[in-house]
Design a protein around this ligand. Structure first.
Ligand code: NYM
Ligand code: MG
Length: 220
């Protein structure tokens, strides 16, 4: 008698500028997956609970200055320190819905002037998302949402540079979703089917790793 191998969970990532609604949508997606009988867990980066995460928290709250390269490597290390627990959960069949991941690392650090290829290198080999949901907002709606906290990077011209960098990072496993003028519920009902099919598609596929630099980029 053959025993069916447990299906792995999917790695789902939400990306986009600050204030676009990633955190709210990530929580709702986890809830809906669980309600549909799919094991799911929420994660977010930076994970401010670890020793590295505490340094990042101080840096983001502007109570500590750090060299741009050093802080980039800390954001990357904050992902690497979670890899073994992420892989274990995924292999056990739990889908991870992750609020920011490697593309945030690259888009934000590159917005400070660091080369994209340098930023990407430290994330090479991390588990590759099965799906990146890239949430976008038009310029006017982004500034009208305002309400930034006091954190570093929460400023319109910086966010516009981040947005341009994200656009350069798009891969075939990205799905761009316009969040303009959509209620929380409307956006959720648009995202859920994308996630459900990614979860189904990942079940019998191996977990891949991020292959930065992009193989199709001749300059790197
Ligand atoms: N951020 C986040 C980075 O600069 N690099 C990274 O690798 C990650 C994961 O941290 N403005 C930035 C983007 C955000 C800030 O994230 C805090 P959040 O989702 O607001 O807690
Ligand atoms: Mg934020």
């Amino acid at each position: 008698m053959s025993v069916k191998k447990a299906c792995r969970g999917a790695l789902i990532v939400l990306e986009g500028c600050d204030r676009v609604g990633k955190t709210t949508q990530a929580k709702l997606l986890v809830e809906s997956l669980k309600n549909n009988g799919k094991p799911a867990q929420l994660m977010n980066f930076p994970d401010r609970t670890t020793a590295i995460g505490k340094m990042l928290d101080q840096y983001l709250k502007q109570s500590q200055e750090l060299d741009d390269h050093a802080v980039h490597l800390l954001f990357s290390a904050n992902r690497w320190e979670c890899v073994s627990s992420m892989e274990k959960l995924l292999q056990e069949g739990t889908t991870l819905v992750v609020d920011r991941y490697s593309d945030s690392g690259i888009a934000f650090s590159a917005a400070k002037g660091l080369p994209v290829s340098w930023c990407a290198a430290s994330d090479s080999g991390l588990p590759r998302p099965d799906l990146v949901l890239f949430l976008t907002l038009g310029g006017t709606e982004l500034s009208s949402r305002g309400g930034y906290g006091q954190e570093r990077y929460e400023e319109d011209s910086f966010q516009q540079r981040v947005m341009r960098n994200y656009n350069e990072l798009k891969r075939d496993y990205w799905n761009v979703v316009n969040a303009d003028e959509k209620s929380v519920e409307q956006l959720h009902s648009e995202l859920l089917p994308l996630v459900t099919s990614a979860v189904a598609a990942a079940e019998d596929k191996p977990l891949l790793t991020l292959d930065w630099p992009k193989a199709d980029n001749p300059e790197t």
